[in-house]
Design a protein around this ligand. Structure first.
Ligand code: ATP
Length: 474
C-alpha cells in the first residue's frame, strides 16, 4: 500500500477540515445521551478523569473488542496478556521512567498556573532541545496564556503517579501506577514465549488502564490522567526489525479506516531524531485531524533491543531467545504499536458525526460502523396502545438480545424514536405494526439510507447478524 503522506512523513500534507468544527458538539451529545460524564460531577468533578455512561461503555468495549479481533483473534502470531497495574518498582527504574518519563513544566510568576511548555500558544515550533533550554521562554517571548504573566524556565515534571504497597508508608514501599502497559509484556516475555511456544516473530497484546499525571490534560477524553491503552509488542529478529516496522504502518492505518475513520483525516508523522524517545530507533505516529489540530492517535515504534537488554541486565534473568532454525541466541528487537482506547473511541465518535437536512428538519446521525455502535438494533412499536404489538416487540428484543445489544423504546412517536436512535448510532430499527400481527413480518429501517424493508420475523436476527459480520469485514 502507498502511504498517504508526503515523501517525508514529517511534512504535513495539505490540511483538511475536521469532521466537526467545534468539540462542544461531541461533548454535549456525550453528556446528553450518556456516552461520557465528568467524573465525580456532583462534587465539582476531578480534572482529567471521565466516566463512561451506558452508551459510552458499550462503544469503548466494542472498540477494544475490534482491536483484539484484529490484533489477536485474527492472527496466529499474537497472543494476549493482562498484567497487573502495579509492578515491581525496579521495572520503572530499568525502563527509564523514574529517570526520564517527564514533561517540561513552566509556571506563571503571578497566577501560578502551570503549563506543559510545548502546549503553550507560540510554542508550536519548539524543537526537542528547546524543551530543556533555560532560555527558551525569553527567546520565544512566551507568556502566561491566562494573565500574560512571566513564565519560569522549564523544569522536568515526572508523570508517574505513586502510591505505597502494604501497611508501611515509607520510601521502600513506593510503587507506581503503570504509565503504559508495555512493560508488563516485556517482563513476561519469557513466560509467554515458553508457555505459548511461539517462535519469533510473535507478539504480545494488552488492553488496560494506564495513569499519567499529565500537566495540561484536556480536549475532553483526548488527554486524561486515567485512560486505557491498546498496545502490542512484536518480538523480532534484529535484522528483520526495520522491515517489520514498515509492515505495521499500513496495518494499523487500515484498522482505523476499516472501522470508519475518513482516510483524508489521517496521516503519518515521523519523529525527528531529537524528538525520539530514549528507547526508540524509529517512531511514526498515526495522527488524526481533530477539531483542535493534527494529534497522535497511535505510535508505532522500533524499540531495538533496549527493553529486553535492560531488563535482562537489571534482573539478572537471561532474556535471550534461541532460534532453533539458525541455532543463534539473541535478544529480540521490539516493534510496538501503542494506541489508546479512549482516543480511538473519541475519534470514531467525532468522525462519524454528521448533521443532515431531511424534509426540512435537522437530522443528527452518528454513522458509526455497526460493529462499534452501542446498540445494534432498536425494537419499536408503531402503536403502543396495542398490547399484542408491545408483547411481540418484547419477544423479538429478548430473542435478539441473546446475540447482540438490542433496546426497546416506546416513549415517543415513531419519527422521534428513529431520530433518537440515529443520534446514538443505532444501525437498524425494527418496527412492529398492526400488519405484523397478521403477516408475521416487520419493518427494518436502515440508519444511513433511511430505507425500509419488510422482513419476516424469523429472518430478522439472521439479517442483522449477517450485516454485522459484513460491517467488521468478515
Ligand atoms: P502524547 O504525545 O499525546 O503525550 P505519547 O507519545 O506520550 O502521547 P504513548 O506513550 O506513545 O503516547 O502512548 C500510546 C497511546 O496511548 C497514545 O497514542 C494515546 O492514544 C494513548 N495515550 C497516551 N497518553 C494518553 C492520555 N493522557 N490520555 C488518553 N490517551 C493517552
Amino acid at each position: 500500500m502507498e502511504l498517504p503522506v508526503t515523501d517525508s512523513p514529517t511534512q504535513a500534507p495539505s490540511d483538511v477540515a475536521p469532521a466537526i468544527a467545534n468539540l462542544e458538539t461531541i461533548v454535549s451529545l456525550s453528556k446528553r445521551r450518556g456516552f461520557v460524564f465528568p467524573s465525580s460531577e456532583i462534587y465539582g468533578g476531578i480534572n482529567a478523569v471521565w466516566d463512561y455512561g451506558p452508551l459510552g461503555v458499550e462503544l469503548k468495549n466494542n472498540v477494544k473488542r475490534a482491536w483484539w479481533r484484529a490484533m489477536v483473534q485474527e492472527r496466529e502470531d499474537i497472543v494476549g496478556l493482562d498484567a497487573g497495574i502495579l509492578m515491581h518498582p525496579k521495572v520503572w527504574v530499568t525502563s527509564g521512567h523514574v529517570g526520564s518519563f517527564s514533561d517540561p513544566l513552566v509556571e506563571c510568576g503571578t497566577c501560578h498556573r502551570r503549563y506543559r511548555l510545548d502546549e503553550l500558544p507560540g510554542a508550536e515550533n519548539l524543537t526537542a532541545s528547546d524543551l530543556t533550554d533555560p532560555t527558551v521562554i525569553e527567546r520565544y517571548k512566551l507568556i502566561c496564556p491566562n494573565d500574560g504573566g512571566p513564565l519560569s524556565p522549564p523544569r522536568r515534571f515526572n508523570l508517574m503517579f505513586e502510591t505505597h504497597i502494604g501497611p508501611v508508608q515509607d520510601d521502600s514501599s513506593i510503587v507506581y501506577f503503570r504509565p503504559e502497559t508495555a512493560q508488563g509484556s516485556y517482563v513476561n516475555f519469557k513466560n509467554v514465549q515458553q508457555s505459548s511456544r511461539k517462535k519469533i516473530p510473535f507478539g504480545i497484546a494488552q488492553v488496560g488502564k494506564s495513569f499519567r499525571n499529565e500537566i495540561s490534560p484536556g480536549n475532553f477524553v483526548f488527554r486524561m490522567r486515567e485512560f486505557e491503552q491498546m498496545e502490542m509488542q512484536y518480538f523480532v529478529r534484529p535484522d528483520e526489525a526495520a522491515a517489520i516496522f514498515e509492515e505495521w504502518l499500513p496495518r494499523r492505518w487500515d484498522w482505523y479506516v476499516r472501522y470508519g475513520v475518513t482516510p483524508e483525516r489521517l496521516r503519518f508523522r515521523e519523529h525527528a531524531p531529537d524528538e525520539l524517545a530514549h528507547y526508540a530507533k524509529k517512531a511514526i505516529d498515526v495522527e488524526y485531524r481533530f477539531p483542535f489540530g493534527w494529534k497522535e492517535l497511535e505510535g508505532i515504534h522500533n524499540r531495538g533491543d533496549f527493553d529486553l537488554s535492560r531488563h535482562a541486565e537489571a534482573s539478572g534473568e537471561n532474556l535471550e531467545y534461541f532460534d532453533p532454525a539458525t541455532e543463534e541466541h539473541f535478544i529480540p528487537y521490539i516493534v510496538e504499536t501503542a494506541g489508546g482506547a479512549d482516543r480511538a473511541a473519541f475519534t470514531f465518535l467525532i468522525d462519524s458525526y454528521r448533521e443532515e437536512e431531511v424534509r426540512g428538519e435537522k437530522r443528527v446521525v452518528l454513522g458509526l460502523n455497526a460493529d462499534l455502535a452501542p446498540y445494534k438494533v432498536a425494537v419499536l412499536p408503531l402503536l403502543k396502545k396495542r398490547p399484542e404489538i408491545v408483547e411481540l416487540c418484547h419477544k423479538l428484543r429478548a430473542d435478539l438480545a441473546k446475540d447482540m445489544l438490542a433496546v426497546y423504546d416506546d416513549t415517543a412517536a415513531i419519527g422521534k424514536l428513529y431520530r433518537r436512535q440515529d443520534e446514538i448510532g443505532t444501525p437498524w430499527c425494527v418496527t412492529v405494526d398492526v400488519d405484523s400481527l397478521e403477516d408475521g413480518a416487520v419493518t427494518v429501517r436502515d440508519r444511513d439510507s433511511m430505507t425500509q424493508e419488510r422482513v419476516p420475523l424469523e429472518g430478522v436476527k439472521q439479517l442483522i447478524v449477517d450485516r454485522l459480520a459484513a460491517a467488521r469485514g468478515g
